[in-house]
Design a binder for this molecule. Sequence first.
Ligand code: ZN
Length: 485
Amino acid sequence: MKNTYQLSSFTLLLLLLSQISFAQRKAKPNPLKEAVIASVDQRFESLTDLSDRIWSFEEIAFQETQSAEALSDYAEQLGFKVTRGVAEIPTAFVAEYGSGKPIIGILGEFDALPGLSQNKVPYKSPLNEGNPGHGCGHNLFGVASLGAASAIKDLIESGEIQGTVRFYGTPAEEKFFGKLWMVRAGLFDDVDVVMDWHPSAETKTAVQKGLALVDFQVEFYGQAAHASSDPWNGRSTGDALELYTTGINYYREHIKPTVRIHYHIQDAGKVVNVVPDYSRIWVRVRDSSREGLIPVWKRVEAMAEGAAIMANVDYKVSLISGVHEVLVNRTGSAALQKNLESLGPISYTAEEQDFAKKIQEATGKPQIGLVSKIEPMEETAEHSMGGSTDVGDVSWVVPTIRLSATTAPNGTPWHSWAVVASSGMSIGHKGMAYAAKALSMTMVDLFENPELVESVKNEFKEKKGDYVYKGFVPDGPPPINSNLQ
Ligand SMILES: [Zn+2]
């Protein structure tokens, strides 16, 4: 009895020792990950400068000429092979370094939003009244991704890893969804895995699907007449527009809670004493999945005919573009999660927390400051809500791993002056550097472990099933010079 007891204590001790040595092995730093962290730190100043320049360019969808050039030049100077003006989009580009497999891609956006120009202060104060502003933090987005790609480039250059790193300069995410045409052009066809991130008020692996979406335009054509002398000669496109939106708004009672319908009236006549003969409306329909979206889209589209019949006018429906919901890759996200846990949260100075709290005060939110603690990886909801992204389309052609990193105060409105302000100062810069580190560390995992790439791909294939991807894009070139601008 005593012997048995001694034996089990001995076994326990052995077990304990092996656990300790396992823990030590686990905690042992990966030199390549340390190297990418050092790369990002070493380039911090030039990355910050690049991000601030893009912030001050304030360029919107398809007009991001200076921003695309600044990012391309930065990559070219580091030795990347840059191909500008891809997919028939002057501001879309690809910067590549290395050769052979694996090919790991990373996405970088850089467009601003109209009307949000803002100074780097914690209260509303336009920098250039009426100009666009980086209310989604895309100035940080593009630069962090290029920073991550540059850190990987260093390792390929020194021969420590083999393969190709490819940065995608992806314009017009806020309007039109530029990635759709880049996917259509086959630019992602040979890529093994794509990394992506987005500025946020939290730091976590992004494992929700977002919403599928379609944008289309309805134009009504009527007959102008004097609004009082001979209104009987008029066929009003204003009437058609009102009847159309009334139809849409009645339909809201009969849609699923996952559906969203928005519209923006772009032209409703010019003056009160003329019966309008031309009207235009931009309609957007969303649902948590592509399958759910399509029947709602077709119904809202069909209502245009009903409105045209009632107002006795002609009509035309044109597809603008649309995006898929994201195909989430949990295998890849789990690798990213480990790197977030090893990096830990971003630390802030008292001044930064104070800046954040002032923004929260100015926008009527609880003054909790900045939140960057690393949460456990969430479950992926069957029907997630929130916004939509053209990263969704990339995720249906190549497995995509996504990150959210804190760049703005918690709880304050997104797409607002508050985000523009923090994206142009140290709070944003810290989030940018953090994202560059987390992304490049995960890319190290992908370059070092072919088995990881294989399991990421297997999950992708399994989830995609036999669906053959087809983007919601009309034939012909992207709408760079269309009347939609
Ligand atoms: Zn965004």
